[in-house]
Design a protein around this ligand. Structure first.
Ligand code: ZN
Length: 259
């Protein structure tokens, strides 16, 4: 390893150690890099007749989602939670063979009606990022607090995606606390578990957002940047693999094979 890289790593380890001490589990000071694809889904539903290109891109129809899960099962992938990934990155807890994380953003009603039963059928765990004000408003297009609690009790990770799904960049501290801590507190109140993961709306964040994420003891936050190399130092902006609506099983398999 070139000497400057070694120096950089030592410097990074030193500078980050002061902020990571409150994370759970406490970081042991070793920087790790692990290849774990974090798949990013949105809608798993039939397409409405008036769907535009954006909705089409975000929508995987249920039979295709089922086929994706069948492929992951057949190919020996093991869906894990972000808590397991965090333990691997912070204290080196070994991961199962071919680990993969299944994330579903926004908490649409189909997360309960379509995704939840399929994941249970395979014994897979999923991570669902919830826009908590939609549940507060009892919006029928989104999952309810009772459904969120049921999924949490069944072993799914129900995690915050802000209260209102707004762009978090260039906001003041109070606004970030309201959106980020507010969604964490709502999930804590309704599930009885303190969520420690986070997803930035549309993947957007800036340095102030990262500071608040750290203040709130968030262990892992995911962005929409593309990639599967997960690092200890990048835990507040881990990349994901976007699953497009028309992604066939063969295309998914190809994405997961490429380095
Ligand atoms: Zn979103």
């Amino acid at each position: 390893m070139p000497k400057f890289l070694l120096v950089l790593i030592v410097l990074l380890a030193f500078s980050s150690s002061t902020t990571a001490t409150t994370a759970d589990p406490a970081w042991d000071g070793t920087l790790r890099r692990i290849r774990v694809p974090i798949l990013m889904y949105h809608y798993v539903s039939e397409l409405p007749a008036d769907a535009d290109d954006i909705r089409k891109g975000l929508t995987v129809v249920p039979p295709l989602f089922h086929a994706h899960m069948q492929y992951l099962s057949d190919a020996g992938f093991t869906p894990i939670s972000l808590y397991e990934l965090n333990a691997a990155l912070t204290i080196g807890v070994p991961l199962p063979p071919k680990p993969i994380v299944l994330t579903l953003d926004d908490g649409y009603i189909d997360a309960y009606t379509n995704v939840f039963p399929i994941l249970r059928q395979y014994g897979f765990t999923g991570t669902f990022f919830i826009i908590t004000a939609r549940a507060d408003a009892k919006d029928p297009a989104y999952i309810s607090w009772a459904q969120i609690k049921e999924m949490s009790d069944a072993g799914m990770s129900m995690e915050p995606h802000t209260k209102d799904h707004v762009d978090l960049r260039e906001r003041d501290h109070d606004f970030l606390i309201y959106q980020m801590k507010g969604s964490i507190e709502s999930l804590t109140a309704f599930t009885g578990r303190i969520p420690r993961m986070f997803s930035y709306p549309v993947g957007h964040y800036d340095p102030a957002v990262l500071t608040v994420a750290d203040e709130l003891n968030i262990d892992i936050a995911v962005s929409t940047a593309s990639g599967d190399l997960q690092t200890t130092s990048g835990r507040l902006h881990l990349p994901r693999v976007r699953v497009l609506g028309n992604m066939s099983v063969a295309a998914l398999a190809s994405v997961l094979r490429s380095p």
